[in-house]
Ligand binder design. Structure first.
Ligand SMILES: [Mn+2]
Length: 332
């Protein structure tokens, strides 16, 4: 990352657009809002644009209502890209991850800054802070802000946004991606007045009753343990989700219950939508679900957490997942 050049570039007022990936999660939204708050304090004109709706459990975040959802504000977003000087690309490694926003970003003359922790980032960014050993993009936003010497403007709202990214991407500091620096950043956030209990409550203690019932149904009726009890799958058909009036975010965290079973090393949530199925993979230890997701499920992510999507129905998806999970070498 050429901090010197960017500092110079940002020494006058700029039009900046911050973008993140489709189906934005806590890290995507938290990183975007944290970076926004600092750049606004630095005197820039900053917009956060996401490809599609972010989940309800992130609505409480400071300035979340300033986020522009491309699906609903196409003309407005187009105008922003026409006028902007700089585009930040947060928490994704390729423009393939931003859906229809891709063509808007490509049409813009603005320079692109990548800040991300996913494997195999594309090379078509002008500046890049890519660290695949970082727990989260939020951790890297903190590094970026420090590298830019923008630390004068950090406040509690900034801390809340970064912390949300750390917590959601590390499963509350439990995944193997949690490193020393993750905790050091968290420590700095506490000094800014962050109240961890409040953030955790806002993120996790806001289940709707119907979402909880859907999870109960999934665990009771749908969870299946296969591959010599080394793998668990949770397939949800569209009609089953509809029965519980499913909304985006309602199955958040569900796949982790599969992985929580003693002896299970890989868990997959299969969630059917109209005409396609979305996959969430989680694994323990060395089992590389990123590789499986890339190879057979049109997706990717990290070694222990990845996603995918196939245009098929739930039954075809179940067959394919079972085949893939049976093939894994689980060791002893
Ligand atoms: Mn992330």
């Amino acid at each position: 990352m050429d901090y010197q050049y960017l500092k110079q570039f940002l020494s006058e007022e700029r039009q900046i657009v911050i973008t993140t990936h489709k189906s934005p999660d806590g890290d995507a939204v938290g990183s975007s809002l944290a970076l926004r708050s600092v750049l606004v304090a630095e005197g820039h004109n900053v917009s956060v644009v996401v490809p599609d709706q972010f989940p309800n459990y992130l609505m409480w975040m400071p300035e979340a209502n300033s986020i522009l959802i491309y699906e609903n504000h196409q003309a407005e977003v187009q105008e922003l890209f026409n006028q902007c000087d700089l585009i930040f690309c947060l928490d994704y490694n390729t423009l393939e991850r931003v859906g229809a926003l891709k063509s808007e970003i490509e049409a813009s003359d603005a320079k692109r800054v990548l800040i991300d922790h996913h494997l195999f980032p594309d090379k078509n960014f002008d500046f890049s802070l890519s660290d695949t050993s970082a727990s989260s993009t939020a951790e890297l936003i903190y590094e970026f802000i420090s590298g830019m010497s923008f630390t004068d403007h950090l406040d509690k709202d900034f801390a809340v946004c970064i912390y949300t990214g750390l917590v959601t991407d590390t499963g509350s500091f439990r995944f193997s991606s949690t490193r020393s620096n993750t905790h050091l950043v968290a420590s700095e956030l506490l000094k800014l007045g962050l109240e961890p209990a409040i953030v955790h409550q806002n993120i996790y203690d806001n289940n709707s009753l119907k979402a909880l019932r859907l999870k109960g149904f999934a665990l009771n009726e749908k969870l299946e343990v296969i591959a010599n009890s080394k793998a668990a799958i949770i397939p949800l058909a569209l009609k089953e989700k509809n029965r519980f009036k499913y909304q985006k975010g309602d199955t958040e965290g569900l796949v982790n219950y599969g992985l929580s079973i003693e002896g299970v090393e890989v868990a997959v949530l299969l969630s059917e939508e109209m005409g396609f199925v979305k996959f969430s993979f989680r694994s323990k230890g060395l089992i590389d679900v990123n590789e499986i997701a890339r190879r057979s499920f049109n997706g990717g992510g990290h070694r222990n957490a990845a996603g995918g999507k196939l245009d098929c129905d739930i039954n075809a998806a179940i067959r394919l997942v079972k085949t893939e999970l049976e093939k894994i070498d689980y060791g002893s």
